[in-house]
Ligand binder design. Sequence first.
Ligand code: ATP
Length: 306
Amino acid sequence: IIQLYAPLNWFGTYYRMIQQAFVDMENMFDLLKEEQEVKDDPDALELNVPKGMIEFSNVSFHYTPAQPILQNVSFVVPPGQTYALVGPSGAGKSTIIRLLFRFYDVQSGNIKFDGQDITKVTQKSLRRAIGVVPQDTVLFNNTIQYNVRYGRVTAEDEEVEAAATAADIHERIMGFPDKYETMVGERGLKLSGGEKQRVAIARTVLKAPEIVLLDEATSALDTQTERNIQTSLAKVCERRTTLIVAHRLSTIIHADQILVLKDGEVVERGTHEELLELDGMYRDMWGQQQSRGDDTETEDEDVPSK
Ligand code: ATP
């Protein structure tokens, strides 16, 4: 029993890791077919997103019945626009990103891309259309080139370098001992949080998806790194529909619309200016971040994380 149990347990743990951290999403799902909680409909079609509209309609969701997470959440992101999700820790922001990627199915309501319900299309086509820049990017124990190319495995070397340049990490890579052939990951060169995020951005540049979902890292990066990342992200998000989970409000003041989530409900929505005017929760959060100085200098340096 123990022998049978151990690997199953391992798969379960791994599956949850994928759902939470977007680890190696496309391939890993093939390997773990048995473990998938979300199944393709037998008549599933290919998702086609020429415009890139996101519709989230009356969505209610819980991981376990005892703890409702989202309650009747609705929003529409028009093609090409950038929307931001903000709110206290545990409000359900990252959950919305996971649902858009269909790591879980909703209990009521529905999610559509360009009018197609995500439960009626293949997961493969869904994940091809969406690019995710996760909070914490997992690197493979392989070369930095392999890690960047992962965004589109058929990309030429020149395209890999162009993507790294767009993500502002090319120069850094050229400073590594073996340049693009340098081994990274657990057993190679350790990259800092900011560098890993730039690898994720480079992957997304290569993938060139219609829709970009971005889960901003919670940990503070130094001001310059933050600025560089902002610049490269702006390039990735240009003309693409983008949804950003933001922890630092300074990063999303130019968003077309900001949704404030609290206890699984959207309690305020509007532009940065409109929400300041409203004098509600967003304004309080903004005031707190300003007085803490979150938006000016941070003490954390861009040092390698584990
Ligand atoms: P943060 O700003 O801290 O990242 P968030 O708004 O993104 O928070 P979520 O990660 O969406 O919050 O989590 C919402 C709630 O769901 C939390 O209470 C969390 O503990 C719970 N939760 C998250 N993942 C799971 C899971 N796999 N199983 C059960 N509960 C979960």
